[in-house]
Write a protein that binds this ligand. Structure first.
Ligand SMILES: NC(=O)c1ccc[n+]([C@@H]2O[C@H](COP(=O)([O-])OP(=O)(O)OC[C@H]3O[C@@H](n4cnc5c(N)ncnc54)[C@H](O)[C@@H]3O)[C@@H](O)[C@H]2O)c1
Length: 367
């Protein structure tokens, strides 16, 4: 996990190594590793993302105490729990009795309603894998159930080095942006894998928009916080009840400046998997995997690569690690998290608006 694996606990909250190095220089008192934070976590859903990323990451964070694993497929949770020597529960009604600080919800979007109802009475935080919000109705349900302020979304790209380098450029120069282009096509792991829930519109949240575009749209929202938006165009291709292709023009409006976003997502064809920001005299580009560097392409044809920002992630484990640290710090020390649901729901509302536009205007086809 390179630089991220040594996140230390100072003064009761977790900090990145760059900050801790700075702190070390400032005062020896910070050399003392504090062990004030202890967080209890329960995990609901024991599929790929938990097995491949969340569990390995959580088991490497000091002071995380995993109190239970639960999956509707009990053989799966039992086998996983036994292999990691962790407790498991067989009955979802037991979730409340465990009284943990945080529940990781890593089940498909369409399977969560019962769970949200069960944990409503608790003072437990929820870290929910994406997609979390896909409509105003979802936002309202979180608010009505008292979950909105204590939930976090699994948008780990907010912790990538490339996302944050782009954010820094865009934040200071957004008035110069001519156009942002985002696209993701069939060759990415996320969309090429036909997981069981991805073949169901109801479970996946509808297909390509919920599964894939939510990440890229969230990155745009993260880079331009506080922007309003309107939909200029959206064309969606459905296979049965699943969206398999979407092409859209969205306009983000911030401080009177309108920024056109061209977006295309596809399970049907290859597309550049990238974010590109056109400033007129130069284009900034990055791929969508954490190790991708940001390139500056000048109109003269010259291209420069920007080195990584060492505060952020350059591989997926680091990104999930930083995401968890951010959530733990928010739960235990009230430090604002970039993954808070209150800061991450807007991409879901953009997705709802894209669908509404396509339905209302009849700009869709079925194959
Ligand atoms: N952040 C990311 O980049 C990323 C990557 C992959 C998956 N995800 C998201 O994580 C979620 C899970 O994805 P996955 O790849 O692990 O899927 P998966 O199909 O491998 O696992 C899902 C698990 O949830 C269990 N489950 C279903 N309904 C349940 C219920 N009501 N109660 C308890 N368990 C239930 C299933 O039995 C299964 O074991 C999805 O929402 C997906 O979009 C996010």
């Amino acid at each position: 996990m390179a630089h991220c694996e040594v996140l230390l606990e100072f003064s009761g909250f977790l900090v990145s190594p760059a900050i801790s190095n700075y702190a070390k220089v400032r005062s020896n008192i910070f050399l003392r590793i504090m062990e004030k934070i202890k967080i209890t976590i329960g995990i609901v859903g024991c599929g790929n993302i938990v097995q491949m990323v969340h569990l390995p990451v959580l088991l490497n964070i000091r002071n995380v105490d995993i109190r239970f694993l639960y999956d509707v497929d009990m053989e799966k949770s039992k086998a996983l729990a036994e292999s990691f020597k962790l407790p498991y529960i067989m009955d979802k009604e037991e979730i409340n009795r465990k009284n943990v600080d945080c529940i990781l919800v890593a089940t498909p979007y369409g399977s969560r309603e019962d769970l949200y109802k069960i944990i409503t009475p608790q003072k437990t935080a929820l870290f929910i894998e994406k997609p979390v919000i896909l409509s105003e109705k979802d936002v309202q349900a979180f608010k009505d159930n008292g979950l909105f302020e204590r939930s976090f979304s699994g948008f780990m790209r907010r912790h990538y080095s490339n996302t944050n380098i782009l954010k820094d450029f865009i934040g200071s120069m957004f008035h110069k942006i001519k156009r942002i282009t985002v696209s993701e096509g069939s060759k990415t792991t996320a969309v090429s894998k036909e997981l069981s829930y991805q073949t169901s519109g109801a479970l996946s949240g509808g297909g390509i928009l919920a599964e894939t575009s939510c990440h890229l749209l969230d990155q745009v929202v993260y880079m331009l916080p506080g922007a309003d938006y309107k939909i200029d165009n959206c064309f969606i291709v459905y296979d049965g009840d699943i969206e398999v292709h979407a092409k859209a023009k969205i306009v983000l409006i911030k401080d009177g400046v309108s920024i056109p976003i061209e977006a295309e997502f596809s399970r049907l064809k290859e597309l550049p998997n990238e974010i590109s920001v056109d400033f007129g005299d130069m284009i900034l580009k990055s791929g969508i995997v954490p190790g991708d560097k940001v390139s500056i392409c000048l109109n003269s044809g010259e291209t420069h690569q920007i080195d990584y920002n060492p505060f952020f992630a350059i591989n997926s484990y680091q990104a999930f690690y930083l995401e968890w640290i951010s959530v733990i710090n928010a739960i235990k020390s009230n430090i604002p998290s970039v993954n808070a649901l209150s800061k991450t729901f807007q991409s879901g509302l953009i997705i709802e608006s894209l669908r509404d536009y396509s339905n209302t205007k009849g700009t869709f086809k079925r194959i």
